[in-house]
Design a protein around this ligand. Structure first.
Ligand code: ADP
Length: 365
């Protein structure tokens, strides 16, 4: 019988489920389960996952479960889940209403089915807790900061993975001035020094920063005010527009999926991709001033790992800063895509959030 770690990443409509050996972290299974749109949708998906484990022919024993939890507020490290911590994490639901309830639902359902099983939460916000205070402040009246209205940053589990492997790819440069571009359905940039987060493009909510699949990214806050005050939109309609109808989908009017847009001849699709790259370059420039320059740029997640076009366009914007780019390497999705002699190195590194969670499970349980 093999001891295993199960890793769960619960979204509104899917439950990603991975299984690792406890002794050497080798991957046994990686899959995505659909969550039916019903009261007990997550419970059913979880039961399917547990069914997969118990039906496994070689005999698997679930040793510990790890979860991606989007919001951990000021927590800088993963935590073993207790009833007290679960209650605290529930109070963060208003800070991440689209993700946090699903993450916690799966933890609760699993605790009900297996009360003795150790469970560990890894937070998308935790990696950014090394940032200086200024990077987390809004220019709002002070009391809002004290009430938790500040920049938290997200995608930290992915950034932690990149930080853990970057020295292997970039040598000494890994510890200098680095920007990691996590470009998936959700997207953000993280500025690192010494492999620690210094600043990031996402802020209080998962709306800020880069343009995303269906989210708007940085937006003049006067726009949602105008929508409510003069376009007669309700709070729910504005929320739905900013989270679900904007970004690549909203600008193209075609799709939130970069692959579909790259294959389309419609001018709106081209414009959506161009705006995506324009905003990414703008935020890169902003983070470069915080870092005092740039030594390495890393592309990761679905778009970052696979879209040669997006990488080329973003890198092209950084020519002024001394990034010289090798299109042949880029087309091959090579690990290193800068040209010889480039002042800024550029890398393509696949992320692996699950292994970060699995490692945390073994450290903590
Ligand atoms: P999530 O944030 O849901 O984990 P992913 O990291 O899987 O998302 O990224 C999804 C995005 O990656 C989609 O926009 C998808 O179109 C894009 N993508 C995946 N493969 C390719 C590809 N070969 N070319 C361009 N874009 C791609």
């Amino acid at each position: 019988v093999t001891d295993i770690i199960a890793v769960f990443n619960a979204g509104s409509s899917t439950l990603k489920f991975s299984v690792f050996r406890h002794d050497d972290f080798s991957l046994i299974h990686n899959g995505t389960l659909e969550v039916p749109d019903s009261q007990d949708g997550h419970k059913k998906a979880l039961q399917q996952a547990l069914g997969w484990i118990s039906a496994h022919k070689d005999g698997l024993k679930l040793h510990v479960a790890g979860h991606r939890v989007v919001h951990g507020k000021d927590r800088a490290k993963p935590e073993k889940i207790t009833a007290k911590i679960l209650t605290e994490l529930k109070t963060l639901i208003p800070l991440a209403p689209l993700h946090q309830p699903h993450n916690l639902r799966v933890i609760e359902e699993l605790a009900a089915l297996h009360p003795e099983l150790p469970q560990v939460a890894c937070f998308d916000t935790a990696f950014h807790r090394t940032q200086p205070k200024l990077a987390s402040m809004f220019a709002l009246p002070r009391r809002f900061y004290d009430d938790g209205v500040k920049r938290y940053g997200f995608h930290g589990i992915s950034y932690e993975y990149i930080a853990s492997v970057l020295p292997k790819y970039a040598g000494d440069k890994a510890k200098s001035r680095v920007i990691v571009a996590h470009l998936g359905n959700g997207a953000s940039l993280c500025a690192m020094k010494n492999l620690q987060s210094q600043a990031t493009s996402m802020g209080f909510s998962t709306l800020d920063g880069l343009m995303m699949g269906t989210r708007c990214g940085t937006l003049d806050v006067g726009v949602p005010l105008y929508m409510q005050q003069h376009l007669n939109m309700t709070t729910d309609q504005v929320t739905d527009t900013l989270y679900h109808k904007s970004g690549l989908l909203g600008v193209s009017g075609i799709s939130n999926d970069m692959r579909t847009l790259e294959q389309s001849d419609a001018p709106e699709a081209g414009e959506a991709i161009a705006l995506f790259c324009h905003m990414a370059a703008q935020h890169c420039g902003s983070l470069m001033s915080i870092l005092g320059g740039l030594d390495a740029l890393v592309f990761t997640a679905g778009i970052g790992e696979h879209s040669a076009r997006v990488r080329r366009e973003i890198c092209h914007y950084l020519t002024w800063a001394g990034l010289s780019f090798d299109e042949t390497l880029n087309q091959k999705n090579a690990t290193q895509i800068h040209a010889k002699g480039s002042k800024i190195a550029a890398y393509v590194i696949p992320t692996d959030e699950e292994i970060v969670i699995a490692r945390a499970c073994r450290m903590i349980s």
